[in-house]
Design a binder for this molecule. Structure first.
Ligand SMILES: O=C(O)CCC(=O)C(=O)O
Ligand SMILES: [Fe+2]
Length: 315
């Protein structure tokens, strides 16, 4: 496969069963192959997207000591600010050339669950940052819910199978700033090759160049979306759960050519996580003679913990 397939969520949401089925088939096929699709017809309107980018830029433009005052020790970077170079890909010692912010779940109907998560951090210097973040979080979560419904149907399980696992799930919205490059990086890139941890990732900002996806032949394909598309990929949790029927594909963000070193890159992934007690045990109907069970039983919470330690975010 030479390019990332494009799908339209409006097909899945339509009353026409043929359109709905076509969406399921297209995304299912793409995820069994390259693990990525570009998706139109999502729930983010242009005004929200514009406001979000401007708030995100305003935040990263704040003085470093202000940003660092939002870097909270002891929570594995799960909320607030994570400073430049802190996170490195699994197995790599150089930090990625990025700084980022985390918005987490807004639990409004479950006191116990609310206690489980760190609180979101309010940026006092920016009037609209927090509200715009929350609105975006909700719209991406809603988009992801329908994508997972389509995948459930593709997997021949109940359409709403994922709904209860993602309601109040541990999802994270991560605005990332890759700053201008000042001097030749030794071994570091904007984001080193990695697979995502979570169920699925919805990425805003893939219209800017830099994101690359590895195909089966080990070649790197540019993954560029249209301005109205989200790039959506399978993460390791979903790949485990489906016995690797759906592929969590390795991807990276390369440094720009020297003439573009002076430019920042902004991207905003939404990492869809389930609640921590969801069992990621391989689904029975993804096991047969030709596809023996490949992964040990594990919960989403245990899996996340392991990975945060490997990323250098948690001790
Ligand atoms: O910035 C990007 O385009 C991708 C970032 C990414 O892959 C990640 O944060 O997991
Ligand atoms: Fe990623």
């Amino acid at each position: 496969m030479e390019r990332i397939p494009s799908v339209d969520l409006k097909d899945f949401l339509s009353d026409d069963p043929d359109r709905k089925q076509k969406f399921i088939n297209d995304i299912g096929k793409a995820y069994e192959d390259i693990g990525f699709v570009a998706l139109k017809g999502h729930f983010l309107d242009d005004e929200l997207v514009d406001n979000l980018y401007s708030e995100v830029k305003n935040f990263f433009d704040l003085p470093i000591d202000v940003k660092e005052s939002y870097e909270i020790p002891g929570i594995g970077g799960q909320r607030g600010y994570v400073s430049f170079g802190k996170e490195s890909a699994k197995g790599k010692k150089e930090g990625d050339l990025k700084e980022f912010w985390h918005f987490g779940q807004y639990v409004e109907d479950d006191e116990e669950r609310k206690k489980e998560y760190p609180d979101n951090i309010e940026v006092k210097e920016l009037k609209h940052f927090n509200a715009i973040g929350k609105q975006t979080y909700k719209m991406l979560e809603k988009t992801a819910k329908y994508v997972l419904r389509a995948l459930a149907l593709h997997l021949n399980i109940e359409e709403t199978y994922f709904d209860n696992y993602i309601h109040n799930g541990n999802s994270i919205l991560r605005p990332i700033h890759y700053p201008p490059i000042i001097q030749e990086p030794k071994n570091a890139v904007r984001a080193a090759a990695h697979g995502d941890i979570n169920l699925i990732t919805l990425l805003m900002g893939a219209q800017g160049r830099g994101l690359q996806v590895q195909n089966h032949d080990g070649e790197w394909l540019d993954a560029i979306a249209e301005p109205d598309e989200l790039m959506i990929n399978v993460g390791d949790m979903l790949s485990r759960h489906t016995n690797n029927k759906l592929k969590s594909t390795i991807h990276r963000v390369v440094n720009p050519p020297r003439e573009l070193w002076g430019t920042s890159r902004y991207s905003i992934p939404f990492f869809m996580h389930p609640i921590s007690e969801m069992k990621l045990n391989v689904l029975d109907n993804c096991i047969d003679e030709n596809h023996p069970k490949q992964y040990e039983d594990i919960t989403a919470g245990e899996f996340l913990n392991q990975r945060l330690i490997e990323l250098g975010l948690k001790k």
